[in-house]
Design a binder for this molecule. Structure first.
Ligand code: FDA
Length: 297
């Protein structure tokens, strides 16, 4: 597998864009807002909720950061107009933290002022942005506590403390974490990450925090379902989340059998190419998933 990953990463610059598009196409419904809305409608009709993410990150141009903000507001309006079960997921660096965090904060505030009764999830990026993201989150929570939430990454040692410091009625997405972090701040061993995932989930439930359980790891999911049953956790306290295009049919059937809420994270937009390349380079494991899943139905 290591050799396959290395080969794919080295070959990336030589692969035609059309080939990468085929790979990305499985994980992205399209480039337009309409293509994303159509995907949401289909999933809603199958009883699944969604969250929409405009692809892109590390915006260095203020005009572009403002445009992305407007696009998110358009999405919120479309969701409302079509009465969809769908919220939004936004990356702080997409709204301008690289330019300066005040610009990003103001853009988040604009989005929040158009949120109505919907929900804004602030995605968590690499550890350079964790503190900035939590500061932005808390400032937004001062405006509207229940309409905004963030993400906790189980691979970070600091996450336990971050959950401990959360306000009542918080709402998190719990994931393993995608970025390549130093072993000084992050757990590297997958089994240990899973153990920490369970520890953090228990802590969040104890603190009555609503959790979006975001993982495709079937062993971990089965352990989580056992925990939910053992501790008699109410369905109103969690949902299961997965990424659009990742084959999860068996797990979806299981979630439906238990009547659990399911949410699909749908990234879309014109920045699909850079996003796909960066993700594959950042975490070569993705290259393996992509290749494996390409040949799966
Ligand atoms: P693991 O990596 O062990 O994968 C388990 C299995 O799932 C793999 O063997 C493979 O079959 C499949 N799989 C996993 N990822 C796949 C992919 N991309 N394509 C195809 N198959 C895949 N991270 C972060 O740092 N900040 C964030 O804000 C978010 N947000 C987020 C939202 C949602 C809804 C999900 C599901 C995930 C994220 N992540 C994230 C990514 C997350 O941190 C993590 O890197 C991936 O989900 C992979 O970890 P798993 O828990 O799926 O386990």
């Amino acid at each position: 597998m290591f050799l396959l990953n290395t080969f794919i990463i080295k070959a990336l610059p030589y692969l035609p864009k059309s080939f990468i598009r085929i790979i990305a196409g499985k994980y992205i419904p399209g480039t337009s807002i309409q293509s994303a809305i159509t995907a949401v409608k289909t999933l809603n009709n199958e009883g699944q909720h969604a969250t929409l993410d405009i692809l892109g990150e590390h915006t260095s141009d203020i005009k572009k950061a403002n445009q992305i903000t407007e696009n998110y507001i358009t999405i919120l309006n479309e969701i409302k107009k079509n009465t969809l079960n769908c919220n939004i997921s936004v990356k702080p660096s997409h709204l301008g933290t690289d330019i300066n965090s005040e610009i990003a904060l103001n853009n988040f505030k604009k989005i929040l002022s158009n949120i109505n009764d919907n929900f804004l999830r602030i995605d968590m990026e690499d550890s350079n942005l964790t503190d900035t993201t939590i500061t932005i989150l808390n400032k937004l929570k001062n405006i509207s506590n229940v309409n905004v939430g963030s993400v906790i990454q189980a691979y970070l040692y600091r996450s336990e403390n971050d959950i401990e410091n959360m306000r009542p009625n918080s709402n998190i997405r719990l994931c393993k974490g995608i970025y390549n972090e130093s072993n000084k701040i992050a757990i590297k061993d997958n089994q240990e990450i899973n153990q920490n995932y369970i520890r953090l989930l228990k802590l969040a439930f104890k603190k009555n925090i609503y959790v979006g359980i975001a993982t495709h790891d079937k062993i971990l999911i089965n352990e989580i379902i056992k925990l939910i049953n053992d501790f008699n956790i109410q369905k109103e306290q969690f949902e299961f989340q997965y990424l659009y295009g990742v084959p999860m049919n068996d797990m979806i059937a299981l979630y439906k059998e238990h009547n659990y809420k399911i949410r699909v994270y749908i990234p879309f937009g014109i920045d699909w190419y850079d996003y796909s390349i960066r993700r594959i380079k950042e975490n070569p494991k993705i290259a393996t998933y992509v290749i494996n899943n390409l040949f799966r139905k």
